[in-house]
Design a protein around this ligand. Structure first.
Ligand code: COA
Length: 178
């Protein structure tokens, strides 16, 4: 468990899947995600089986916030394609509970996770891709210390138009100063 002030990151459990399916079938949540097709609990369960066979560090973590005496699941985050030789990886985050957007939880969860990636897993570079049409995401990543390092021009097609995608990253050396 990675614990912050009023937010924690915990391991994924099978019981979380129905919530994930609900979020990922919500067009507002998936507006800036690489998800263009409705999908089912069955396909999410197949994904889960694959995830459980992947290296532990690449399994998503659930984001939970304090709710009364308990905790409420609001999203998840993960890294993929860890390269242990160069110590880099790409990350992604979803706050699927729309009622919790704009409360600083995305930023807080990312800060906790980045600290874990740099100071526990000893990664050197963490990157992500974000659509130009996602100002909340871009702002959140900038607050955490990510820098815009390039643009994949018209790399995505959505709603009948092409969208630029930003590559952003943060290095362990920058993180220490952050
Ligand atoms: C992107 C996401 C992770 C951000 O999490 P969050 O908890 O809502 O973000 P935070 O509250 O920590 O920070 C958001 C920042 O963006 C700003 N923001 C929100 N909407 C904005 C807009 N339309 N234009 C400019 N800034 C905006 C907020 O004001 C805040 O900045 P501030 O603290 O300086 O005021 C979350 O909204 C989400 O998961 N969305 C759906 C899935 C998604 O887009 N994932 C990321 C894919 S790359």
């Amino acid at each position: 468990m990675i614990v912050g002030k009023n937010l924690r990151l915990r391991a994924l459990e099978k019981k979380d899947l129905p919530k994930f399916v609900e979020w990922l079938n919500d067009p507002e949540v998936t507006e800036n995600l690489l998800i263009n097709h409705p999908f089912s609990l069955d396909s999410e369960e197949q994904w889960y089986e694959g995830v459980m066979k992947s290296p532990m560090f690449e399994r998503p973590l659930c984001i939970e916030v304090r709710e009364g005496e308990g905790w409420k699941l609001i999203g998840n985050l993960s890294i993929m394609d860890i390269n242990w030789q160069y110590r880099n990886a790409e990350m992604g985050i979803v706050i699927g509970d729309k009622t919790e957007w704009g409360k600083g939880y995305g930023t807080q969860a990312m800060r906790l996770y980045m600290d874990h990636l740099f100071n526990q897993l000893n990664l050197h570079r963490v990157s992500l891709l974000v659509y130009e049409t996602n100002p909340a995401g871009i702002r959140c990543y900038e607050k955490v210390g990510f820098k815009h390092e390039g643009t994949l021009r018209e790399a995505i097609f959505k709603h009948g138009r092409y969208i630029n995608v930003y590559v952003m990253s943060v290095l362990s050396t920058e993180w220490k100063k952050h």
